[in-house]
Design a protein around this ligand. Structure first.
Ligand SMILES: Cc1cc2nc3c(=O)[nH]c(=O)nc-3n(C[C@H](O)[C@H](O)[C@H](O)COP(=O)(O)OP(=O)(O)OC[C@H]3O[C@@H](n4cnc5c(N)ncnc54)[C@H](O)[C@@H]3O)c2cc1C
Length: 401
């Protein structure tokens, strides 16, 4: 074995993907995973679903518990990086040398609440967060979920399943509106209402305070209103974990900026939620927070590490956007971009029946995005159409085209 050292900072899905792809490719060298968590990589999507609803659900490990293909440095966050001497500094004082470094530190919940009970509000990113929240989701408890996007609505659905009384409060006017488009968001809002979820929309939460002589929490909103709750969950967005890279020479702009090959600079790569790459077709930079993206980017980074070593061409980040969300037994597959401005070309079926396709095209008739529920063949066909569209745009944008 050569002494080529690949260091992956971060212990989530992107890290696991890099490790397993390098392993499958037979990397000649050593891989070290550095994480601030004490567990090896596990999957996060179940945290807002089965881990919240079912007691006794264990983490879904992304690499076998007895996996020997990498060294793990756990519970010891990276705090600095020297790109000239190729070393990562850890909180314990250890310095870890690398030839290739993969930055996969993900994001953390954005917290928005001030007030004397702010530390009693929950957020959800880790398995421990999920256990702490699950403990509080007892039947009859009143739960206010702040945030109407995918995470907030999943938490609301899980809390309903545990018999809680749930209010979703957010600045938006529909549940899931930002990512699902207004038509599907209105349907999703209807599904939540059908399960008894109340809406407290069009206002932003500012703070949460204790109430004298009781355990009830009081949430203050920017329009002067208040809501009382037993449990408060902040699902109010996320912040990339990049503080450890400040002043190191790595370009940061709401994430770690890379080129289309997910390369930050020679020997430094980024993957997953933290990665903001430059799309050579649109010329824009983009960051995606979803599970599929973490795996896709991990694969590209691992392959490109190999490619730079053996002189073969590097892969570009070309994957089309895709995520799923599970709520009340419905799985919504969201492909491409489903914004308010895209034209809804076709709406067939209905979300609540678990059988629906909402298809959006841009002004030139090109597939912009889709929300598909319960139609795997339609989803496959649309994904293929989008991949082909992307390939055509990519060829047209190539130098000399
Ligand atoms: C509750 C929940 C539900 C989700 N559900 C879905 C879903 O249904 N569908 C979907 O598509 N996506 C879903 N996602 C998103 C998906 O899980 C993420 O996109 C994916 O986990 C990103 O992987 P990652 O490896 O980039 O980041 P993470 O999985 O966040 O991994 C980053 C790792 O880096 C560690 N770290 C951070 N800073 C440091 C440091 N300085 N030093 C060392 N380690 C550090 C973190 O602790 C963490 O272990 C969900 C996410 C959450 C939280």
């Amino acid at each position: 074995m050569s002494d080529h050292r690949v260091v992956v900072v971060g212990g989530g899905a992107a890290a696991a993907g890099v490790v397993s792809t390098l392993e499958r490719a037979g990397l000649d060298g050593q891989v070290t995973v550095v994480s601030d968590e004490f567990q090896r990589p596990y999957d996060r999507p179940p945290l807002s679903k089965s881990v919240l609803t079912d007691s006794g659900v264990q983490p879904t490990w992304l690499l076998a518990p007895d996996h020997r293909g990498a060294q793990y440095v756990l519970g010891d966050p990276a705090v600095g990086l020297d790109i000239h001497t190729h070393r990562v500094a850890l909180s314990s004082g250890r310095l870890i040398p690398y030839e290739d470094l993969v930055i996969a530190t993900g994001v953390r919940p954005r917290r928005v609440l001030n007030g004397d009970a702010a530390d009693r509000a929950h957020a959800l990113r880790t398995y421990d967060d999920a256990l702490a929240l699950r403990d509080k989701l007892t039947a009859g408890a009143s739960v206010v979920v702040l945030g109407a996007s995918v995470l907030g609505t999943e938490v609301a659905a899980s809390a309903v399943q545990r018999g809680c009384r749930v209010v979703v409060a957010a600045p938006e006017l529909d549940l899931g509106g930002r990512l699902l488009g207004s038509t599907v968001a209105a349907m999703l809002t209807g599904v939540h209402e059908g399960h008894g979820v109340q809406r407290w929309l069009g206002r932003s939460a500012l703070g949460v305070d204790t109430t004298p002589g009781s355990d009830v929490l009081r949430i203050r909103f920017d329009d002067g209103t208040v809501l009382d709750a037993d449990v408060v969950v902040e699902a109010t967005g996320s912040v990339p974990n990049t503080e450890w890279l400040q002043g190191t020479g790595v370009t940061l702009a709401d994430g770690v900026v890379t080129d289309e090959h997910l390369r930050v600079s020679s020997g430094i790569w980024a993957a997953g939620d933290v990665c903001r790459w430059r799309d050579d077709v649109s010329g824009q930079t983009e960051r995606r927070e979803n599970r599929t993206n973490a795996s896709e980017q991990a694969l590209i980074v691992a392959r490109n590490i190999e490619a730079t070593r053996n002189g073969s061409p590097m892969r570009r980040m070309e994957a089309v956007p895709y995520f799923w969300t599970d709520q009340y037994g419905l799985t919504l597959h969201v492909l491409g971009r489903v914004g308010h401005d895209d034209q809804l070309e076709e709406l067939d079926g209905d979300l609540s029946s678990g059988d629906m396709a909402a298809i959006y095209r841009d002004g030139s008739g090109r597939l912009a995005g889709a929300v598909v529920v319960g139609r795997p063949r339609v989803l496959r066909e649309l994904r293929l159409e989008m991949v082909k569209g992307r390939a055509a745009s990519s060829a047209a944008a190539a130098p000399g085209a």
